[in-house]
Design a binder for this molecule. Structure first.
Ligand code: GRF
Length: 205
């Protein structure tokens, strides 16, 4: 049987992209990453893709007159790869309804907080400012509302008294690099069952 395929959208550093493709290489994820797509021509993730022999597609937001035209180009690029799953790994733009609807139940994002707490930018800073004792990360399916789709998996991290934004982000990132590949693995094993807002992990057979 042919393996499933996915593409990764990333805007910057791409450490989650790297963690994911490493877990494809070692056989943990039984699927093929067919492309990295980025909105940022300077994204470090592009170099990671080149190193791994994965095609990198730059659909640069700046080169389009408006969001609609940008999304047309993004849709056309996605259509060329026709992925089973779209993975948002540090993709810093809100996707429009057309794309979200097209990939309903087939698009995942990772967010560095325990959703629904601290949606949006600087989630780790928000946790510190609020003073929570536990922080973490969430992998969720993407819906129209930002950082609000059905939760697939979460990991927690203790907030330490001497944490700053950088140290807390670093420890959350360690968890992100584990939990995101795990969610993708389960998706391709067809172990994720979405029922309304809840995602059930089906038992191993
Ligand atoms: C991660 O913290 C992720 O949770 C958030 O953006 C950051 C991306 O980091 N959505 P990287 O580009 O994967 O290194």
């Amino acid at each position: 049987m042919n393996k499933g395929t996915f593409v990764v959208l990333a805007s910057g550093r791409g450490s989650n992209f790297q963690a994911i493709i490493d877990r494809v290489s070692d056989g943990y994820i039984n699927a093929v990453c067919t492309s990295l797509i980025t909105d940022n021509p300077d994204a470090y993730a592009i170099l990671r893709a080149k190193d791994a022999g994965i095609p990198a597609e730059v659909v640069s937001y700046r080169t389009f007159p408006d969001k609609n035209m940008y999304e047309n180009a993004l849709l056309a690029t996605l259509a060329r790869y026709n992925p089973d799953l779209v993975v948002l790994a540090g993709y810093m733009r809100l996707l429009g309804e057309r794309i979200v609807d097209l990939y309903k139940g087939k698009m995942m994002n990772i967010h560095p907080s325990l959703l629904p707490a601290f949606q949006g930018l600087h989630a780790q800073r928000q946790a510190l400012m609020y003073g929570t004792k536990v922080a973490g990360c969430t992998v969720h399916f993407v819906t129209h509302d930002m950082d609000a789709g059905p939760v697939i998996m979460q990991r927690t991290v203790q907030v330490l008294d001497d944490d700053d934004e950088e140290s807390l982000s670093e420890r959350i990132l360690i968890e992100e690099h584990q939990v995101f590949p795990e969610a993708i693995k389960l998706f391709f094993e067809k172990k994720l069952l979405i029922k309304g807002r809840r995602v059930f992990l089906l038992p191993r057979t």
